[in-house]
Design a protein around this ligand. Structure first.
Ligand SMILES: CC1(C)Nc2nc(N)[nH]c(=O)c2N=C1O
Length: 160
């Protein structure tokens, strides 16, 4: 089995319910096991324009699916959660990003792993630290002090 890390995000349509529903869908994937999930975090939307706060989390999934099969399954789960790929930085009911697929480095026109922007995003790194702090020690995160984040009110834990 390959250990994968998946970022979940939502800021439309009852975001906490969307994220929890997506976690159930990931747990139901064939040839896979949802082995851990971070706490759910509220976070200020990063990016241009004004939009609702997000709910973010990171899940650990063990799978024998290939990265391409896993990506397709994640896109099906997004579609089942009414994901509209309207605008690139716009609000969304559900966003699933494949952060890490084992130790693989993948660069195709549909998939880039490790996720190219993950190390710039506290809304990914903080939940990832909940379940895999060792992942922040790797070279991809040069310059990020593992586990010690600038105190920010852009991110808060939701109902412990
Ligand atoms: C629009 C953009 C970059 N901003 C986000 N901002 C936050 N806080 N959380 C997200 O999941 C998120 N996702 C995005 O895609």
């Amino acid at each position: 089995m390959i250990r994968c890390y998946i970022a979940l995000g939502s800021n439309l349509g009852e975001p906490q319910k969307q994220v929890r529903s997506a976690l159930s869908a990931l747990a139901a994937l064939p040839n896979s096991a949802l082995v851990n999930c971070s706490r759910l975090y509220g976070s200020i939307a990063v990016g241009p324009g004004q939009q609702n706060d997000y709910v973010n989390a990171v899940a650990a999934l063990d799978t024998t699916l290939t990265a391409a099969q896993l990506l397709a399954a994640m896109q099906r789960i997004e579609a089942q959660h009414q994901r509209r790929r309207a605008e690139r930085w716009g609000p969304r009911t559900l966003d699933l990003d494949l952060l890490l697929y084992g130790e693989s480095r993948i660069n195709t026109d549909t998939l880039c792993v490790p996720h190219p922007r993950m190390h710039q995003r506290d809304f990914v790194l903080r939940p990832l630290t909940d379940i895999a702090p060792q992942k922040l020690l790797q070279s991809e995160f040069d310059g990020i002090n593992s586990g010690t984040f600038k105190d920010t009110d852009d991110l808060w834990v939701l109902n412990e």
